[in-house]
Write a protein that binds this ligand. Structure first.
Ligand SMILES: *Cc1c(COP(=O)(O)O)cnc(C)c1O
Length: 402
């Protein structure tokens, strides 16, 4: 019988448990003087490269900008020996897992507090995602919880540098070494961030970045894999384009994918990679300004930057304590929206998502749930003006009920 794919649904009983943590509504943004939550930062440099790519008539993944972009990215962003561009961040995660031979029966440890694509990529491989809770201070995966989740089936740990702050990688790499596990970074939100002087994207065996329009380095849709291993780089390069055998074109020794980045997207990426220092500097500058203006408001928690880390504030995030602030996160969002300010609520954790709920129903992830209930990101683009930041902060100051 023919049957279309049906959506996953959570039982009414399950929904009763989850609902108090979910956003109550999406507020309507006042059109006038709207400050968007995030907009790309593009200049004539990117435009010039795109025009050059168009005029060359190379529009597929075989055009020269792809390699130029990869070289520039490896040199300036990830500080790795290799970078391999693909068509999305999700493809980058998927190919990294495939190259590490992750498949059915294998377990991959990752945070429940992340964007859905991280866990979906594990699911594409037929592997089993094993979730850990978030750390209440950094909002990154609770590193201490990782050790408790390792079993005989564990093959990889996938740390995600949430909202631009690197994960504490030393203990993760130590565990991975002890148990013979792959470390695959999901670096989609942390272009240019550093941990103890080393760049994100160079902190494990292999890393995946998203280059989606709102990411710090953007190509619209796109992703890139970074690594210091020539073997892994060569393998993902082969896999991204149907795994054609160089010596016998239509002969395939792997099940390949069609995940190439186009020359046009790579032209945008080259311009962005050349500007990465500026893009990161602006994000960090905006983050510092926000924190200075918001730090003393009772009930508002601002992001941290532990010593030895750089937080690149992909999104500038706050937590709203309903009791101390006098208003909950959703009411504050509505107030900001009335003032033309667009915001987003934090990720809904993986264990609350309909396709994954049943699998993790017996487990507890209280930190991720509280983040989902109280977290909010403010306008975060690198193009944000000083005046826009002061406007946002003044609404937060005047909304507080002492
Ligand atoms: C944006 C993002 C992705 C997905 O990237 P796409 O380019 O949209 O496929 C994956 N993981 C995290 C943590 C992200 O923030």
């Amino acid at each position: 019988m023919k049957k279309m794919l049906a959506p996953y649904r959570i039982s009414p009983q399950g929904m009763r448990r989850i609902r108090p943590f979910l956003p109550k509504f999406e507020p309507v943004i006042m059109r006038k003087a709207a400050i968007p939550v995030c907009a790309p930062d593009l200049t004539s440099r990117e435009a010039k490269y795109v025009e050059e790519a168009m005029k060359s008539t190379w529009i597929s993944g075989t055009g020269p900008f792809v390699e130029r972009f990869e070289n520039e990215y490896a040199k300036r962003v990830s500080k790795t020996r290799y970078a391999v561009a693909v068509n999305s961040g999700t493809s980058a995660i998927h190919l990294s897992l495939i190259a590490c031979n992750i498949g059915p029966g294998d377990e991959v440890i990752l945070p429940t507090f992340t964007m859905i694509a991280t866990v979906n990529a594990v699911r594409y491989c037929g592997a089993t995602p094993v979730l850990v809770d978030a750390d209440p201070v950094t909002w990154n995966m609770d590193v201490a919880a990782v050790a408790r989740k390792i079993t005989k089936k564990t093959r990889a740990i996938m740390p995600v540098h949430i909202y631009g702050l690197p994960v504490d990688m030393d203990p993760i790499n130590k565990l991975a070494k002890k148990h013979g596990l792959w470390v695959i970074e999901d670096a989609s939100e942390a272009h240019g961030a550093t941990y103890k002087g080393r760049s994100v994207g160079a902190l494990g065996d292999i890393a995946a970045f998203s280059l989606f329009a709102n990411k710090i380095v953007a190509t619209g849709e796109g992703g890139i894999i970074t690594t210091n291993s020539k073997k892994l780089a060569d393998l993902v390069k082969l896999l991204r384009g149907h795994a054609f055998t160089p010596s016998h074109h239509f002969w395939h020794q792997y099940v390949g994918y069609s995940y190439e980045m186009t020359n046009l997207a790579a032209a945008v990426g080259l311009g962005q990679a050349e500007r990465v220092a500026e893009l990161v500097k602006k994000r960090r500058h905006n983050g510092a300004m926000y924190s200075k203006l918001l730090r003393d408001i009772p009930g508002i928690t601002v992001p941290v930057e532990p010593k030895g880390y750089t937080n690149v504030h992909w999104m500038y995030c706050i937590l709203v304590d309903k009791k101390k602030y006098g208003m909950d996160r959703d009411a504050l969002r509505a107030t900001l929206a009335k003032n033309g300010i667009e915001t987003r609520t934090f990720f809904v954790p993986i264990h609350f998502q309909p396709p994954y709920y049943e699998q993790y129903r017996q487990e507890l992830f209280p930190v991720a749930e509280a983040l989902c209930r109280d977290g909010l990101y403010l306008p975060s683009a690198s193009t944000l003006t000083k005046k826009e930041i002061t406007t946002v902060c003044s609404v937060l100051h005047s909304a507080v009920r002492l």
